[in-house]
Design a binder for this molecule. Structure first.
Ligand SMILES: [Mg+2]
Length: 104
């Protein structure tokens, strides 16, 4: 993860783009790229795995930039959220069940 983040930050620095990467702009960019990812599934099950991979990479790229902009440790926040999710979705109630935690 550190190597990936370093590459993304290097790319950003070389282009002097940090000034554009405010949390607000990055949140918008994550949403826009997520919509581009979703677009590949809009009309059915036929999609290009390479195009989907590119859009997924765009989402992840902006997520990493967002964490950097907010000085958040990605591993720490993901593991922390997984702990919260584990409480909301206990295995004995959630296993094989797609219901929202409020419906378990
Ligand atoms: Mg894109």
């Amino acid at each position: 993860m550190d190597e990936l983040k370093s590459e993304i930050i290097k790319f950003q620095k070389e282009r002097d783009w940090k000034k554009f990467h405010t949390p607000e702009n990055l949140a918008k960019s994550i949403s826009i790229e997520a919509a581009e990812l979703l677009e590949h599934f809009q009309w059915g099950k036929d999609y290009s795995i390479n195009e989907v991979a590119d859009e997924l990479a765009d989402v992840l790229n902006y997520c990493i930039l967002m964490a950097d902009a907010l000085d958040l440790d990605i591993k720490e926040i993901v593991l922390n959220k997984m702990k919260k999710n584990a409480v909301k979705y206990p295995v004995d109630k959630a296993r094989g069940n797609a219901a929202k935690y409020t419906e378990l």
